[in-house]
Design a protein around this ligand. Structure first.
Ligand code: SF4
Length: 437
């Protein structure tokens, strides 16, 4: 770890931050310099730069979503996961199509418009045909506007079917890039094949997914090595396809029923997690950095000020978890606040809670998304779209206690926007829905 004690090192870090503030992707030498940095004072400058980069690309918006767990029946045996075959005490369930619709309906009633479908790997229960049926039923019967999917790697042929079913982002984590650790932690099932998992994003992109979500499970191996490897992987995708990951997630290893891993060997501290979020933001300025409810509320709020841009809220991590308590969970949740509580807190922090799905409605993805963000056009119309989605939430889902607080936020923001926005707000108040630019 490097303590900055000479002017040339300090200048190098400053040049890196300036490059990132100009919204350029960092190279691996620059990423390594940040990973290696061990100087509290300089880290404060890094956090400040990460926040400025985020504001440049995303403004004050924070995107909200919820996971919908479809199944915990799994054929793999990942030693850290409550769903693994080796967890003989697990209570297993795969939702029927009707149950998936009921869970989605419950969530849309709370105000969510974007859900992440999550399923463990089971060829008979959760193959692509199951996802096709679930997506069709949810889109046809609920107000959910976009579904993303976190599920097992597929062939290009099946990814094409998944994409055609209306899935926006395909998400899959490498878990660890460190091959010996990967082999030890994934002793059985198709997931034991490291190379196959490493190629999953290429297959998804070849099948037409321009928005892919990547990540490592922090705590399985040394985070410094994992972060460098994930950024190297992302850069390879950018060089090959012209765009990189749409999102990077930062899940930290959590206790889980039946887990067999030692949590201390590669533990990622809160301070380390802050560094990781800032490094992802600076290395890949356009990426959405996603924080799940694994983390505590206070830490999640803090991460939003140093580069994170998307959070899940009110999550349950077991199938049938929203309507009933559900069966075995994948991991323990650290932030149990409801969507309304999270929205209220974001407003207090001066951020704009967004339930917007406009990019998927308008087909803005991959390279197109990046070009718009580069011109900083995105920030303006995304802010307006976020405010329109918030207005819908206030009209349809918000409790009376919170309305005043959120209406005040809207009023302040509308006063800074164009007249066109006021007209669109009136349409939402009159009952028109899904209005966006
Ligand atoms: S991490 Fe995924 S593949 Fe591994 S046991 Fe859990 S659900 Fe199954």
């Amino acid at each position: 770890m490097k303590h900055i004690n000479n002017n040339s090192d300090r200048k190098f870090i400053k040049d890196i931050l300036d490059k990132s503030l100009d919204l350029h992707v960092l190279n691996l030498t620059e990423v390594s310099a940040l990973i290696d940095l061990d100087d509290r004072e300089v880290w404060e400058e890094v956090y400040d730069a990460a926040n400025r980069v985020k504001e440049k690309v995303y403004g004050k918006r924070v995107v909200l979503f919820a996971p919908l767990y479809l199944s915990n029946e799994c054929m793999n045996d990942c030693l850290y996961c409550g769903f693994r075959t080796g967890n003989k005490n697990a209570r297993r369930k795969s939702l029927t199509i009707n149950e998936a619709v009921q869970e989605a309906e419950f969530l849309s009633g709370k105000g969510y418009r974007r859900l992440l479908l999550v399923a463990s790997e089971h060829t008979k229960r959760t193959g692509v045909e199951y996802f096709e049926k679930v997506a069709d039923a949810i889109y046809s019967n609920t107000d959910i506007r976009i579904l993303h999917a976190n599920t097992a790697p597929m062939s290009v042929r099946n990814f094409k079917k998944l994409k055609a079913s209306g899935i926006g982002v395909y998400q899959c984590f490498q878990e660890t890039y460190h091959i010996p650790s990967y082999r030890y932690l994934h002793p059985a099932g198709t997931k034991a094949d490291y190379a196959s998992r490493l190629g999953v994003m290429d297959r998804a992109i070849e099948a037409g997914f321009e928005d892919v979500g990547m990540g490592v499970l922090l705590g399985l191996y040394d985070w410094r090595w994992e972060v460098g490897a994930l950024i190297a992987h992302s850069r390879r995708l950018i060089n090959k396809y012209g765009f990189g990951p749409h999102t990077l997630s930062v899940p930290r290893l959590q206790p889980a029923e039946g887990s067999e891993v030692d949590f201390d060997t590669f533990r990622v501290s809160d301070e380390d997690l802050k560094k990781i979020v800032a490094i992802y933001r600076l290395a890949l300025p356009y990426v959405g950095v996603v924080i799940s409810t694994r983390e505590r509320a206070d830490l999640r709020d803090a991460l939003l000020s140093i580069g994170a841009s998307q959070i899940s809220a009110g999550s349950r991590t077991s199938p049938w978890g929203y309507i009933e308590k559900g069966d075995t969970e994948q991991f323990e949740v650290g932030d149990s606040r409801s969507l309304e509580e999270v929205i209220s807190k974001l407003a207090d922090l001066g951020m704009i809670p967004s339930l917007c799905t406009a990019c998927y409605r308008e087909g803005r993805s991959g390279e197109q998304f990046r070009t718009l963000a580069q011109n900083e056009k995105m920030k303006k119309f995304c802010n307006e779209n976020a405010l329109l989605s918030l207005k819908e939430y206030i009209e349809d889902n918000c409790s009376d206690d919170e309305k005043e607080n959120l209406e005040k936020l809207l009023k302040d923001e509308i006063s800074k926007s164009s007249n066109g926005l006021i007209e669109k707000m009136k349409l939402v108040a009159q009952g028109k829905r899904d209005i966006h630019t």
